[in-house]
Every structure is written in C-alpha cells, then in structure tokens.
Ligand binder design. Structure first.
Ligand code: FDA
Ligand code: NAD
Length: 433
C-alpha cells in the first residue's frame, strides 16, 4: 500500500490536535506539511460538550456547532479550514503500530505514514467494567462516554427508553454530569459509587455535601460505599438489573459507567520513557525520543509551580499544552519560547450549577459562603491552605471576575493568617488580591 509522508504528524484528532493545528497555522505551516490522523470520523471538536449540551432534551449541541476552538472563545475550525490551510485531515484511520525508530505509523487498513516530527495526542480511553471481569457487564444498554459515537448511542438509548430507569456507575466527573443530564431527560436516575462522597479526588466532604444534597433535591437517588458486581439481562441480552456488592439489586433500562480513564500510551510501550502512567516530557512537551512530542491527557510534564511531574486529564491543559508544543517546535527554527508554567484549572457544569477550581487541592481547607443545597441562589467556595499559604481555590456560581480572582489567588499563593477570618471573608478575600 502507498506510503504517505509529512513533515509533521499529529496522532489523534481530539482537543489537543485541534488547538495544535490552529497554532501550526499561526506559525505559518506550509500546505502539505501537516497531517492529523484520527480514528474518529469528524474533525476535532470540544469533547466537554458530549456530557453536557450534546445530551440536552431541548436544542442539543450538534456538529458543526462545537468544533474547536469555540470552547475557549476562538475561531471554529470546520473541515474546510483544514483544507484551505493544506492540512491533511486523515479521519476514520486507527493507527495500530508505531515504530519511533523508523518514524513510521501503520494504520489498521495497512497504510503507512512517515513523519519528521510526531505529536502524540491520543488522549484517554475509558476503563470498562469488563476489564475487571464484572459479571454480565457486556449486556446491551450498558454505555461508556468518550467519543461522539458513544454520545450518539446514548442519544438513541434516551429516545428508546423514555421515562425509564438509569443507573449511573461512578461518582466522578462523568457520574455527576451524566446523572444531571439524564434527569433533564426525565429518566429515573440512581448513582452508585464506592467512596463516602462524590468526586473524592477533588471535592472535600463539605463541597460534596452540597452537590449530593442538590442532586437528591432534584430526585436523583445516591447509593454510596458500594460497587456494581454484576448485571442481569433479559432474553434479548438487554440489561435489566444491577447487582451491588452490599446485596442490593437496582432495576435498570440504561446503565452509564464512568469509572475513570486510562491514557492511550500502548502504541509506544518500550519505545519512550513513561512516568506516572503517561509519556514523560520536558517543559516543551518533548519526549525522551528525538522529534517526538506528547500533549494533552497522555503527557506527564513538569508542573513548574509545584516542582513535580504531573499528568492532567482536563481540557484547558489539552489546549495549552498543544499550543505550547507547536510553539516549541517552531522555536527550534528561530523564535524563543518559555518553559510551560501551568496553573491547574478544572471545571464542571450541571443543572444551573457551574464550578471552577484552580491550583492544588492539598492541605487544610476552609469552606465559605452559602452551601445549603436548598438555597435559591447557592454560592460557596473552598480554599486549600498549605504551609500557611493558599494553594487552591474552588468556587460554585462565581461571576467571571470572581473566577479570575480565585485563579489569581491560586497563582499568587497569598499567606492565610487566620482560617476563621478567611471563612468569614470568603470570596471577598480573593477579590482583594
Ligand atoms: P482527546 O481524547 O480529546 O483526543 C484523542 C484523540 O485521539 C481522539 O480523537 C481519538 O479517537 C484519537 N486516537 C486515540 N488513539 C488513536 C489511534 N491509535 N489512532 C488514531 N486515533 C487515535 N475536561 C474539562 O476540563 N472540563 C470538562 O467539562 C470536560 N468534560 C469532558 C466530557 C467528556 C465526555 C470527556 C470524555 C472528557 C471531558 N473532559 C473535560 C476531559 C477533556 O475532554 C480531555 O482532557 C481532553 O479531551 C484531552 O484532550 P486530548 O486531545 O489529549 O485527547
Ligand atoms: P473520574 O476519575 O472522575 O471518576 C471515576 C469515579 O468512579 C470515581 O468516583 C471512582 O472512585 C469511581 N469508581 C471506580 N471504580 C468503581 C466501581 N467499580 N464502581 C463504581 N464506581 C467506581 O473518571 P470519569 O468520571 O470516568 O471521567 C473520565 C475522564 O473524563 C477523566 O479523565 C475526566 O477528567 C474526564 N472528564 C472530565 C470532566 C470535567 O472535567 N468536567 C467531565 C467528564 C469527563
């Protein structure tokens, strides 16, 4: 089969790929030099939409509405944009073999792609219950959500199982966002997760108590401290029940599983240095192999502000790391670029709620504001304090100015003399910094 050759290849067609392409264009990439190879069938889009507006019952988001870079207020890159720039968008093409020594990628159909510089932007895949051998986990109507195809299957299931029962397995990002959107679709929703409170990798007990109370008020049932150990299905192989470890059995027409992601690094095993589950890079996203960069979910990079190697599975970093890597590639041809100095930023939205978090969630915490789940206008936050300094800040229902203020606090790390005073001042403290 014919071999294609490019100066630059981006492997993966997700968020990082799209933002990298825009930066390549800004840097003056020439027609024919750049290719994006993706197993998805559509041009890069803003993945966060899939667990939110894509599943809304009224006026759902659909492509081409949310192609990158609209999520950060930028230009929407339609497939025509890539064509105009002479960027090859090679879609529906899964790479099954990567040989970094000979700079060759091989697709499932046997095509061969050569590159001079490779950017790995393969993102993550979902962890499946079948990976742990959970009995009956291959039944029909058990769903996962990562790509637009998965979201389309969910849209179909919501139509088919009108007013049915949904069990959401997992209490992380997918669990919380999908429970809310399923409820908006008038389904009967029950969430199950093993921890004592939802989103334990970020939320404190105080933050979680608000969301759990709010969700309960919306009619979502929450079962904590147990896991799904099996599923029963009917004669058509469609899921009917979820069996829990504590012996309870839940009826289900649809199950959505969100029990975490796994960075897609398998193609490069043994060929490139890894750390903390990702591909190890320097501050310019260069891997241990010359001419190979890694960005987005798959990169473990120096988080300068905390002097530590970290991997981040969030969209803001996917966008910024991609842009930074491309700037670094062009810098080696003349201009200069600073080390990546990233301030972690995570966010989520569900119902009328919207929170943002900046910084590091370590140390003591102070909860402030009105965190009553039954308030008409809840607004609250939390500061994380380590070694006498504020290192992280969370805010629900902040204004754009207030969100900017908590970002500044996390970056500046002002001293926190009295926790009581901080609790009393709340967001006013951040707005003074
Ligand atoms: P991304 O997953 O976007 O792209 C990877 C691409 O590589 C895909 O196109 C994939 O098909 C392709 N690929 C992988 N292996 C391949 C192969 N072998 N051959 C060819 N192509 C291959 N974050 C946040 O901060 N706020 C939010 O609200 C959300 N919401 C959200 C919702 C949902 C449903 C998901 C799944 C994720 C989020 N996220 C999020 C996380 C965020 O979307 C994620 O961190 C970024 O998409 C990561 O960008 P990448 O480009 O690294 O991977
Ligand atoms: P997650 O890590 O946020 O949450 C996984 C949850 O599943 C945790 O609560 C975990 O303890 C629980 N769990 C683990 N095993 C379980 C089991 N056997 N039964 C029940 N629960 C179990 O992962 P996720 O929610 O699946 O999200 C997947 C990826 O998508 C992540 O990279 C995430 O960052 C990303 N994402 C981000 C956002 C956002 O930033 N707003 C939204 C959606 C998805």
């Amino acid at each position: 089969m014919a071999e294609k050759s490019f100066k630059y290849v981006i492997l993966g067609g997700g968020v990082a790929a799209g933002y990298a392409a825009r930066e390549f264009a800004k840097q003056g990439v020439k027609p024919g030099e750049l290719a994006i190879i993706s197993k998805e069938l559509v041009a890069p889009y803003e993945r966060p939409a899939l667990s939110k507006a894509y599943l809304f019952p009224e006026s759902p988001a659909r492509l081409p509405g949310f192609h990158v870079c609209v999520g950060s207020g930028g230009e929407r890159l339609l497939p025509e944009w890539y064509a105009e720039k002479g960027i090859a968008l090679i879609l529906g093409t899964e790479i099954v073999k990567a040989d970094l020594a000979s700079k060759t990628l091989i697709s499932a159909a046997g095509e061969s792609f050569k590159y001079h510089i490779l950017i790995i932007a393969t993102g993550s895949s979902v962890i499946r219950l079948t990976d742990f051998g959970v009995q009956g986990a291959d039944a029909k109507h058990i769903y996962y959500l990562r790509e637009i195809d998965d979201a389309d299957k969910l849209v179909e299931a919501i139509k088919q199982k009108k007013n049915g029962k949904v069990v959401i397995v997992g209490g992380g990002y997918i669990g919380l966002e999908l429970s809310a959107v399923m409820k908006l679709n008038n389904l009967d929703v029950c969430m199950v997760y093993p921890e004592p409170w939802c989103m334990p990798r970020l939320f404190t007990a105080g933050i979680a108590a608000f969301y759990e109370g709010y969700y309960a008020h919306k009619g979502i049932k929450i079962i904590k401290g147990t896991v799904a150990v099996g599923f029963t299905s009917d004669a058509n192989g469609e899921v009917k029940e979820v069996k829990l470890k504590d012996g309870r059995v839940l009826e289900a027409d649809i199950v959505v599983v969100g029990v975490g992601g796994r960075p897609l690094t398998g193609l490069f095993k043994g060929q490139v240095e890894e750390e903390k589950g990702g591909i190890k890079t320097d501050s310019f996203f260069k891997s241990s192999v010359p001419d190979v960069y890694a960005v987005g979910d798959v990169a473990t990079f120096p988080m300068k502000i905390y002097n530590e190697m970290r991997r981040v599975e969030h969209v803001d970093h996917a966008r910024k790391s991609a842009e930074h890597a491309v700037k670094a590639i062009f810098a080696s041809e003349g201009t200069s670029v600073e080390e990546y100095d990233y301030l972690p930023f995570f966010y989520s939205r569900s119902f009328n709620l919207s929170w943002q978090f900046y910084g590091d969630n370590v140390g003591e915490t102070v909860l402030f504001g009105d965190s009553s789940p039954t308030s008409e206008n809840p607004k609250f936050g939390t500061y994380w304090i380590k070694d006498g300094k504020i290192v992280g800040a969370f805010l629900e229902s902040g204004t754009p100015e207030e969100n900017k203020a908590i970002a500044k606090v996390a970056r500046v790390q002002p001293p926190a003399d009295s926790l009581d005073q901080l609790a009393k001042e709340g967001i006013t403290f951040a707005c003074k910094i």
